[in-house]
Design a protein around this ligand. Structure first.
Ligand code: 1JT
Length: 259
């Protein structure tokens, strides 16, 4: 299996582990099992301590852990600069970062403030462009860049509001980046994950309803797990997906195909 994936000793950056439920943590576990060297970035000190605890509990060893706040160019430059000093080359980046103001995730989208709109776009979509640009010089042997999206990017999902518009922007950015970076043998794709109860989903009043609706109507009649998202991300990182770029891959029990 490891031979097919060609991920043994490859350096992969995983951005966005906040706690054990994070999609990024599912990705890290899958990558680690496949023999990759995982480099983590975190923003808040709280996430750093959570990450350290998780690594210890699971007997996982990080290749490196660096601070990175994707809202500033300096922080991104500094983080990838540090990574470049430690490893000669990276082979992949997983961008599993999104944020919006809580008040913009309730009520009507029409009431979104200028600032709330810009903040969601900056954190959740532009950050991918900035990360792609900063990681490109380190992807000397080609690579794979993967972003996390959600169905709300293309359909109206009640309450997703400003995040849906930010994810639409993220998915379009994936395609433009794939076009730009293909010549460097860098692939860029997104995973559109089904609803998973993560920290991001906390405080979403309709979340239980969404999970129930998926159980009833998705072709596979179940919600997706962090491990399922992690394994597909692993596949998209690996040699097995070498012919795929600019794609939005659904890991959602098939929910998106239903009318
Ligand atoms: C963010 C949040 C990004 C929640 C997110 C997210 N991507 C998926 N979710 C879960 C979700 C959230 C809502 C929803 C359906 C799924 C919150 C913080 C900002 C970034 O609405 C029906 C609101």
């Amino acid at each position: 299996m490891e031979d097919l994936l060609k991920l043994k000793n490859k350096n992969i950056v995983v951005m966005g582990v906040a706690n054990k439920r994070s999609l990024a943590w599912g990705v890290a576990k899958s990558l680690y099992q496949a023999g990759a060297n995982v480099i983590f970035t975190y923003r808040k000190e709280r996430s750093y301590s959570k990450l350290q605890k998780l690594l210890e509990e699971h007997g996982l060893e990080a290749r490196m852990i660096v601070q990175c706040d994707v809202n500033t160019d300096e922080s991104i430059q500094e983080a990838f600069g540090k990574i470049g000093e430690e490893v000669e080359c990276i082979h992949g980046v997983v961008h599993s970062i999104a944020f919006a103001h809580a008040e913009d995730l309730k009520g009507d989208f029409v009431e979104t403030s200028r600032d709330g709109f810009a903040f969601a776009q900056d954190t959740s979509a532009y950050s991918l462009v900035a990360v792609a640009n900063a990681s490109r010089p380190l992807m000397k042997e080609g690579g794979s860049l993967i972003a996390m999206s959600y169905l709300g990017a293309e359909r109206v999902v009640d309450g997703y509001n400003v995040m849906g518009v930010a994810k639409a922007s993220l998915e379009a950015s994936v395609k433009y980046l794939a076009s730009d970076l293909g010549k460097h043998d860098i692939r860029v794709n997104a995973i559109s994950a089904g609803a998973v109860r993560t920290l991001a989903a906390k405080g979403v009043p309709s979340f239980n309803e969404i999970l129930h609706k998926i159980e009833e109507t998705a072709p596979l009649r179940k919600n997706v797990t962090q491990e399922e998202v992690g394994d597909m991300t692993l596949a998209m990182m690996s040699h097995l997906s070498r012919g795929v770029t600019g794609e939005i891959v659904y890991v959602d029990s098939g929910y998106n195909i239903m009318g």
